[in-house]
Write a protein that binds this ligand. Structure first.
Ligand code: TYD
Ligand code: MG
Length: 457
């Protein structure tokens, strides 16, 4: 009999390594390689398994019935999911502690239960009494959801088998006790997920697995799970702030760029159906403030980008980005220095997207650049009594590049009382309200000495 093979695996991302090293080559984590014993390979080396070759089926003949989706009754959640929960699917819901994962999951189950669906809430994280107290805050329907304070995988599988709910929440996947593996370890989380996946498909139960994020922002262990599950949702925002955004990082049944915006209130999460109106309403023209016409999935979204530039003697100066990518900020600052002559090497630069929203798209560059330039000069940029609205990607030579959906971005700005938008040259398209600029220098000139955008031709 072949000997079991010893190999090394990263406890963070699950990548296998050939030789021991201090740092994992997959995720870059330190001291995470652990020795694992792999089952001996079946068959001898080079021996072909003896079986009949399977016959492939033409795709046309493959059966693919589309089952009706379960509406959670939370419109923003249903939209991010691509139209509701797909029966028999496995969803991983990740986010920092306290962000509202249990709340949104509890609300979704409450709505499903109110609509006559069979639900189940498994909590390994909190006691039954704690879950009840949350449900009391969420309203009468939340109290109808059956719950199980059962942190063992075996018991959960047995309960799924006997209860056969339409939808079940597991809060959280890291607290499930799996025989022989330490709870929360990559091995345990992976084993639990594989077993739950099998049960979800077989029993046609939609499972929502709640997963914690590590301080570094990765789903602890669950990075290794992303390929197992159908959908990875990420709940983000700052705990101290009321706005939360829900984003699909992976979705086998819908787009991944959709976001849902929520606000945490006393009675649970409230959907913000028109976030642009909220963010524009709160923005005032001031040095360092501009409005970015962003696209979040299929939806245009107006957000306020704020910057602060403060002289410093600290070396190297601070660069803090909240809501925009740090590397993108570094690029924008370099372009500002090189192509607009902005001396920022002895200044701290802070950039923030108001409301705790994250914008992950290249179209944010111009807004970051203009906010920093405005903060640096102390001159507000305004248009129609509001901060200047803009969008566009910056190239390394200081050019403003075209980004998708220019027309929809401008239309959204106009809808919320911002008639003039600064952006990339529209090309052949005729977009009312868009003032095009070819380069960053031209854009800065275009806003004029008084910080007002000269209206579009
Ligand atoms: P929770 O859903 O428990 O977060 P997570 O499961 O992601 O750790 O809730 C997070 C916070 O929300 C908690 O500090 C209390 C607050 N909260 C409200 O403000 N209103 C509510 O109605 C509820 C249920 C919670
Ligand atoms: Mg929780």
């Amino acid at each position: 009999m072949a000997k079991p093979k010893r190999s090394l695996r990263c406890s963070e991302c699950g990548r296998e390594a050939l030789a021991w090293s201090g740092q994992c080559g997959g995720c870059g984590a330190w001291n995470t390689l652990e020795e694992v014993t792999a089952a001996p390979a079946r068959g001898g080396s080079g021996a072909r398994p003896q079986r009949d070759a399977p016959r492939p089926t033409p795709l046309r003949e493959v059966r693919a019935e589309r089952s009706a989706r379960l509406r959670t009754g939370i419109a923003e959640l249903d939209r991010v999911l691509g139209g509701g929960l797909v029966p028999g699917s496995l969803i991983l819901l990740g986010g920092a502690p306290g962000i509202g994962k249990s709340t949104i999951a509890g609300m979704a189950l409450a709505n499903l239960a109110a609509g006559g669906g069979q639900t189940l809430y498994v909590s390994g994280e909190e006691s039954a009494a704690q879950v009840r107290r949350r449900a009391e805050r969420l309203g009468e329907a939340a109290l109808d959801v059956p719950m199980l304070a059962e942190p063992s995988l075996e018991a959960v599988l047995a309960a799924l088998e006997s209860e056969r709910p339409d939808a079940c929440v597991i809060d959280s996947v890291q607290t499930l006790a799996v025989a022989e593996a330490a709870p929360g370890s990559v091995g345990a989380v992976r084993e639990a997920t594989s077993a739950l996946l099998e049960a979800a498909k077989r029993l046609d139960v939609t499972l929502i697995l709640i997963g914690h994020l590590t301080k570094e922002g990765s789903l602890a262990g669950p990075r290794a799970l992303e390929h197992l599950v159908d959908c990875v949702l990420h709940f983000e925002g700052e705990r101290e702030r009321t706005f939360r955004t829900l984003r699909a990082l992976k979705n086998r049944f819908g787009a991944t760029s959709e976001i849902g915006v929520f606000e945490m209130r006393a009675g649970g999460l409230v959907e913000v159906a028109d976030p642009s109106a909220r963010f524009v309403g709160e923005a005032r023209p001031a040095p360092g403030s501009v409005i970015l016409c962003a696209m979040e999935g299929t939806r245009p979204l107006l957000v306020e980008v704020q910057a602060l530039v403060a002289p410093t003697e600290v070396e190297p100066p601070r660069r803090t980005a909240t809501g925009v990518d740090r590397n993108r900020l570094a690029l924008v600052l370099a372009v500002l220095a090189r192509h607009a002559g902005l001396p920022l090497s002895s200044a701290d630069v802070f950039v923030n997207v108001a409301g705790g929203v994250r914008v992950d798209e290249p179209g944010a560059d111009l807004a970051v650049a203009l906010a920093v330039a405005s903060a640096h000069s102390g001159r507000p940029l305004e248009s129609g009594g509001k901060p200047l609205a803009c969008f566009g990607e910056l190239g390394l030579t200081g050019e403003i590049r075209y980004v998708a959906h220019a027309d929809r971005r401008v239309a959204e700005a106009r809808k919320f009382g911002l008639p003039h938008v600064l952006g990339p040259p529209p090309g052949d398209e005729k977009i009312t309200g868009l003032t095009g600029a070819t380069t960053l220098a031209e854009a800065l000139k275009g806003v004029g000495a008084r910080g007002r955008l000269r209206s579009a031709a």
